[in-house]
Design a protein around this ligand. Structure first.
Ligand code: AMP
Length: 296
């Protein structure tokens, strides 16, 4: 497996790969890898001739008081894990390589980047859209892979890529979960044993949401209050939001009759804030298993 810290070396390597007519799949990450990240890399491995992953903890997407400094970092362990799933190259640039002192350009995605996470974490999606735009320009892959775990982030990146006419497919892959249903996340490591146990409530709420629409519930308001009531029964969970929205725009829905919806949750356990989501639909409405956005 090749490793690169500088864009210049990476570009020379990738130019050679492209000249051989090979396709490139790209998985951007912030490291502290788990099976969720690896599933994106496996998917990229199946669909491309060459797989490259990046490991970069992006400071511009962390707000003041968030965990940029204490975000878990273990490059050696990450390199071992990526080599096991057949990643060909890792790009792990320094802070200065991505944001030299002259850097002044940021990417802002209006609308979709301003609700839910965008509202609660001002500047977060500006940081995400900026770093992903930069990484996509550095790597210039045929396809880039992102997890459904960060559903709104995917919509922001998809909008950014299409609005900026970036010439690659943007692909969403399913959320990987622990055996008890908790979505894998680098932040799960911050949970105490009691909080870790209580955190399964997020997945239970999402399963309940699908069960209730299977039973015929179509009112988004009623569904939302039931889900909120369930969360309120877990003493260690402090809910931030329960949103039921359009899967493409996240606009709040009033009814689920004949249509799919995304249920998005943010819940705090002590100082650790977890998010999760599921796309639900009434009987007879099919939810596409994956989402692929191709360039024009
Ligand atoms: P991060 O390192 O947290 O920025 O995540 C890098 C990529 O992995 C993003 O596209 C995430 O959505 C994705 N990801 C994180 N957790 C999971 C998971 N449990 N299942 C699938 N993808 C995930």
């Amino acid at each position: 497996m090749r490793t690169f810290q500088q864009v210049s070396g990476l570009r020379i390597y990738l130019r050679g790969i492209r000249a051989e007519g090979k396709t490139i799949g790209f998985v951007p990450t912030m490291g502290a890898l788990h099976d969720g990240h690896l599933s994106l890399m496996r998917r990229a491995r199946n669909e491309n001739d060459l797989v490259i992953a990046s490991i970069f903890v992006n400071p511009t997407q962390f707000g003041a008081g968030e965990d940029f400094e204490k975000y878990p970092r273990d490059l050696n362990k990450d390199l071992q894990m990526t080599s096991l799933v057949g990643v060909d190259a890792i790009f792990s640039p320094s802070l200065e390589e991505v944001y030299p002192p002259t850097h002044r350009t940021f990417v802002e995605v209006e609308g979709i980047g301003e609700t839910l996470e965008g509202k609660r974490r001002p500047g977060h999606f500006r940081g995400v859209a900026t770093v992903v735009a930069k990484l996509l320009n550095m790597v210039q892959p045929d396809s880039a892979y992102f997890g459904q775990k960060d559903y709104q982030q995917f919509l922001v990146i998809e909008r950014m890529a299409r609005d900026l006419n970036l010439p690659m497919s943007i692909i969403m892959a399913p959320t990987m979960r622990e055996s008890d249903g908790l979505a894998m996340s680098s932040r799960n490591a911050y949970l105490s044993p009691e909080q870790r146990k209580a955190a399964t409530i997020l997945h239970e709420v999402l399963l309940d949401a699908q069960r209730r629409v299977d039973e015929g519930e179509t009112s988004a308001a009623r569904l939302r209050s039931e889900l909120e009531a369930k969360l309120a029964r877990e003493p260690l969970a402090v809910p931030d939001y329960v949103a039921i929205g359009d899967p493409d725009t996240l606009d709040p829905l009033t009814t689920l009759e004949g249509r799919a919806a995304v249920v998005a949750l943010a819940v705090c356990f002590g100082t650790t804030r977890l998010i999760d989501n599921a796309v639900i639909a009434p009987p007879g409405v099919t939810v596409p298993k994956m989402r692929v956005s191709k360039p024009q």
